[in-house]
Design a protein around this ligand. Structure first.
Ligand code: FMN
Length: 214
């Protein structure tokens, strides 16, 4: 075994506060994709919020995972997104483009539940195919989900959603299943207030070449 050198630093999480642990995780796990989650409440009010603790959880059934923390400034209370997902059992994960960055930030605001966050963010709601929740027209891809499980994990809740339908813009995924990040359209979250537009892809092998869907 090789001895540790002074070129790295160790953090004992039991000695760190929640804010520092969050910072550490955000630095260690990046870039992260952004789930721009649309939901509606029982009265049909539209909500939109970004979540970067987000990934694919299963291929079959196609499942996404989004981790939702407590309402900012109100420990123990749920964010509107989670309240709505529990109430309706549906949500849409919209994948924002770089052009949506300002709108993503606008939808981060913690506002009263009755505020329409599509209007707040200045984006267009379009009908989804299989859920009653609208999708964001300006996003690159919209993945319509039905709630599969909401798993409590301490302060956060891991929402698992079964993907029912996907709508992708032609400049996000073309008809042959190709995607090209060098267009600079893909938006990723880095640590803190930083984002990346992922302009390079490096071919290293290790995955199937993108091919036709059929
Ligand atoms: C880029 C970005 C990523 C975020 N990721 C998360 C996340 O993964 N989990 C979380 O609970 N909040 C996250 N937030 C904060 C929520 O978006 C914020 O609390 C939002 O106001 C929740 O809105 P809601 O109460 O309408 O659900 C993120 C914010 C930004 C700007």
């Amino acid at each position: 075994m090789t001895a540790r050198t002074a070129s790295s630093r160790t953090f004992d999480l039991t000695e760190l506060g929640d804010a520092d642990v969050y910072k550490l995780l955000s630095c260690a796990v990046q870039p992260r994709p952004i789930a721009w989650v649309s939901t509606v409440d029982g009265a049909g009010v539209r909500n939109l919020a970004p979540f970067s603790f987000f990934t694919v959880a299963s291929r079959n059934p196609a499942t996404l995972a989004v981790s939702i923390g407590e309402r900012i400034g109100f420990p123990g209370q749920d964010k509107d997104t989670l309240v709505n997902i529990r109430e309706t059992g549906e949500f849409v994960v919209n994948i924002p483009s770089v052009d949506n960055a300002a709108a993503v930030t606008a939808s981060f605001a913690t506002v009263e539940p009755h505020v329409d966050e599509f209007d707040l963010a200045g984006v267009t709601a379009i009908d989804s195919l299989q859920v009653a929740v609208p999708s964001v027209q300006e996003s690159l891809i919209s993945l319509e989900c039905r709630l599969a499980q909401a798993v409590p994990l301490g302060t956060d809740t891991l929402v698992l959603g079964t993907v029912l339908a996907v709508t992708a813009r032609h400049d996000a995924i073309d008809e042959h299943g190709y995607t090209d990040v060098s267009t600079g359209k893909w938006l990723a979250r880095l640590a803190g207030p930083y984002y990346s537009n992922l302009t390079h892809s490096v071919h290293q092998g290790g995955g199937p070449d993108a091919g036709s869907f059929r």
